[in-house]
Design a protein around this ligand. Structure first.
Ligand code: NI
Length: 177
């Protein structure tokens, strides 16, 4: 188990576009995914992108277990998504609160497509193709933004809807992406 340090907003590595994975058989890719999973779970995150631990590759993971403290979130199975391509299935955008392990202690209201198709590859290089909506779609958009050097505060339409989690949602424990 290797829990890695998560880079915080202000680190220029979070603003760089990530490179596609070319070698799915490498030990380095397998180790990266294990470290990402260990890090996400240790920090109780809902998702993590490789650039957040300083690796500029197009790898994201996400997982939402059913959690009574987070009743609005549907369950999302543990997923490794490599070299993702997103296709919105709706032009409708919905605002929702997001947090991020790279922006600890804060929440912001972010517009996302309500439904989308995501394609890419799993950890073994097998094709992945899912159409999802709601919170699952939101998490994917948040994580894939990290591969483009975009952090969620850059997408907040009205910065009055950005603040500290313990002030916005006192007494609640919320997951970060
Ligand atoms: Ni994030």
């Amino acid at each position: 188990m290797a829990v890695r340090d998560v880079l915080k907003m202000g680190d220029p590595r979070l603003l760089e576009p990530a490179r596609p994975v070319e070698d799915f058989a490498s030990i380095e890719l397998a180790q990266l995914i294990v470290d990402m999973r260990d890090t996400m779970r240790a920090l109780n995150g809902a998702g993590l992108a490789a650039p957040q631990i300083g690796v500029g590759l197009q790898v994201v993971i996400f997982e939402v277990a059913s959690n009574p403290r987070y009743p609005d979130a549907e369950r999302v199975p543990f997923t490794v998504l490599v070299n993702p391509v997103l296709t919105p299935l709706s032009e409708v955008m919905e605002e929702g609160w997001e947090g991020c392990l790279s922006v600890p202690g804060m929440r912001g209201l972010v517009p996302r497509h309500v439904a989308l198709r995501y394609q890419g590859f799993d950890a073994a290089g097998q094709p992945l193709d899912r159409s999802v909506e709601g919170f699952h779609a939101r998490v994917v958009q948040h994580e894939v933004d990290h591969l483009r050097g975009i952090l969620y505060p850059m997408r907040i339409r009205d910065l009055r809807n950005f603040g500290f989690t313990d002030t916005l949602f006192p007494g609640q424990t919320l997951q970060d992406d």
